[in-house]
Write a protein of this length. Structure first.
Length: 184
């Protein structure tokens, strides 16, 4: 297991459509080592999700881990460390909501992106079993962001107003939603 370098925007691999894993590849030592490296890398960089292309592996493989502790997105519902292989996302309700997204491959920037808030995810586990997960709210946004990496897309591609792209320092100073703004 090893901490890998997260490639950044401008690296062509982040713009490629990643390859699906064949069923007999999923349990292979090579894939299990990539997963272990992704976990080490996510923990070292600090983040809530990582897609295999971000460590230079063109595979349809994502890990997500949302701890219960407040992070840069505030307090959100926890998701234990989970591996998603060949995930497919279906929008259940197209109504959108925006969040200020960040990405380990676009370090130092935050951008406001609106996405559907109710989706169904179908995927294979790291044991090769079929599974599904229904997601609402912020976690629906997280998964759409991560799965976009498998299709060569970054959050900036989903922005509709480029004025809402900011460096983190300026974001916190001028744009961070206040308590009153974020009331639902
Ligand atoms: Ni990302």
């Amino acid at each position: 297991m090893a901490i890998r370098r997260v490639i950044r925007m401008g690296h062509p691999l982040l713009r490629e459509v990643a390859h699906p894993l064949e069923p007999d590849e999923i349990g292979s030592e090579q894939v299990q080592m990539i997963i272990a490296d992704m976990v080490d890398t996510l923990h070292d960089y600090g983040g809530i999700g990582l897609a295999a292309p971000q460590i230079g592996e063109s595979l349809r493989l994502v890990i997500v881990e949302i701890t219960g502790e407040p992070n840069r997105y505030g307090e959100i519902a926890p998701i234990p460390l989970t591996v998603f292989i060949n995930p497919v996302i279906e929008v259940v309700d197209p109504a959108t909501r925006g969040y200020w997204e960040g990405c380990l491959s676009v370090p130092g920037l935050r951008g406001y992106v609106e996405r559907p808030q109710h989706v169904m995810v179908r995927y294979s586990t790291d044991q090769g079993e079929a599974a599904e997960l229904e997601l609402q709210g912020f976690s629906a946004t997280v998964f759409q962001h991560e799965f976009d990496h498998l299709d060569g897309k970054l959050f900036i591609d989903r922005m509709t107003d480029s004025r809402l792209l900011a460096f983190e320092q300026e974001f916190e100073r001028y744009l961070l939603p206040t308590e009153e703004d974020s009331g639902e």
